[in-house]
Design a protein around this ligand. Sequence first.
Ligand code: PEP
Ligand code: MG
Length: 760
Amino acid sequence: SHNPRFAWDSYRRFIQMYANVVMGMNHSSLEVLLEDLKDSKGYKIDTEMTTEDLKGLVKEYKKVILEETGHKFPEDPFEQLWGAISAVFRSWNTHRAKTYRTLHEIPEDWGTAVNVQSMVFGNLGEDSATGVCFTRDPSTGEKTFYGEFLVNAQGEDVVAGIRTPQPITKKPEAKGQSLEELMPECFHQLIETQKKLEKHYRDMQDIEFTIEKGRLWMLQTRNGKRTAKAALKIACDMIDEKLITEDEALLRIDPQSLNQLLHPTLDPKAKKTVVAKGLPASPGAASGQIVFDSEEAVLFKEKGIKTILVRVETSPEDINGMVASQGILTTRGGMTSHAAVVARGMGKCCVAGCGEIDVSYEKQEMRAQGKVYKKGDVITLDGSTGEVFAGEVKTVEPDLSSEFERIMKLADQKRSLGVRTNADTPKDSRVAKRFGAQGIGLCRTEHMFFDADRIDIVRRMIMAETTEERKEALNELLPIQRKDFFEIFEEMGGLPVTVRLLDPPLHEFLPQEEKDQRDLSERIQVSLDKLKTRIESLHEVNPMLGHRGCRLAITYPEIYEMQTRAIAEATCDFMKKGKKLTPEIMIPLVGSYKELSILRELVQKTVQAVQAERKMQFDYLIGTMIELPRAAITADEIAEYADFFSFGTNDLTQTALGVSRDDAGKFLGAYVNAGIYEKDPFTSIDQRGVGKFVKMGVELGRKVKQQLKVGICGEHGGDPASVEFFHACGLNYVSCSPYRVPIARLAAAQAALKNTGVKH
Ligand code: PEP
Ligand code: MG
């Protein structure tokens, strides 16, 4: 066609793209020239540029290309063609492509292909256009054809957002603007084609098209990206339409994406100002006033004020503040740091390891990007992206759709792996049960020790100088613990509950700040000197390998004795209501069968004593966590004394890797970027390393006890890739935080389906 403006416009687009994709120039170098030209002439949109403008622009482009790259822009079309072809092949090895392959597990050796094709033009005038469309709504999943287009434009104009695209189907608010009205013939052809494509690919399609002088050309089609909500709706509809099978539907939904549905999320339409970005440690969204210590969070809560607890890092002492706040922000620590684990357990939003923020407790303020935020200033967290925003951003509540329930039910029919939850309170238990948990796989009793009504008794127990004194304090704790367990048993209605006896080192229960120490010394009538000396003597540099776990009970058996008694008595109370329960008592951090043999006897004796006092009998199990390499290696010896195993993959990861779970944040990101670890090993199990300990533990354990029940209760229990691995290891169940239960159910179903060779 004889249309010089069109020719020059196409040429400048070509140069711009070629300079970027083939010659490796920064995209903005040429874009700036175009913007400058438009500014100087007072143009708003690209189509206002004249032929002369474009000619001048092309000249400038070529000049800048020569200056920046040292190469002349090639004029020979064959040289251009080979340049373009080579660029596609080269793109296989870009950093971005490599990261993408790692993320999506695409093998390195697949390689890529090039199609050489003649061009069609949507910028040939008012009878030409270009657009994108989806065969179903990608945000709701509704079966409505959805899309946008622009008249007299090329593909990049639609995404660039300079001109507002028009709707494809007729819309009352955009009368006379739609493709349906403007180019009815092309519209009908497009409708027929999209139906054909969806039927052929059996999935929702994301389609690009161009109309050149009234003729429709299809450029590309691929499976469309979608929200979790849309994924569920589309999967269910397609089962009903008999387009796909139930198994295929299950395999198509990304388990991790279910997160979007379970927590409140930021309103996508809201305006946002990003302050900083950390790790997306626990999903959800929350706004509140900044507070820098936990007591303050509690005080604010009492006044009905919403807070975000901002700490360098959290410790078990912060538990009340974490409960009282809407969300937690830490500047240190990784995905399994205390803040992250506890927040996920509570279903509370958390951004962890946000190193861009500097916190000063002294000044009660934090700094980010040169701005200062003081106590009382409002911020918003997005725990799904790790973003921190200034001010309040509106959120929207999740509602569990009927599609969600339907897919979950299907998943339960297909999976063989059980799904339990990690829960320490009746409230957590209730949430987990609503999400389909089949029991509790880990009840961490230490979290109960921090409640305000008992922490001081715990501290008196720690300060005791004689066994008698210690027992006295423990006796006071007994009824409180018994009530805790009873309430959890009730909430779970007879489903199995694994209670882990005390695990953390004792210094975690004592106050570290001088002022708190002074207050405590008055409250429990112990001199400040004595208190300080004890704190000093309990101090450990790396408490993860210190005096904790079953080591506490080897030295102070009274502690486990009291806890066992509380469990046994609570079981009797529960049975008096005519219900049945087999409590599971779990011993942490065992490294030798001898520890377990000693503590098993202690637990047995205690349970038998309670049974005799109460004149009641019940079955119970005594098991152990496998969370040290030595435990995995000697699992056959340990199995002799264990009724069940539960892998503590958090500790197993840190001890196998020699990487402290609390300090790893400082370098783990760099390790993942360098490909040393494929993923954060505290998030997704290191299958080739730590995974071998899991396999070995299962095999050795079952060699001795064929029917040994084996589960896993580390954070990996809610990670889909890890769940697949645990399924393959032959585990009986995974246990994860309440809000991850649905994710684990779906992941377990997918693992089972993949094993039977179903394609997806
Ligand atoms: C573990 O180590 O994996 C575990 C579940 O215990 P905790 O995280 O409490 O150490
Ligand atoms: Mg552990």
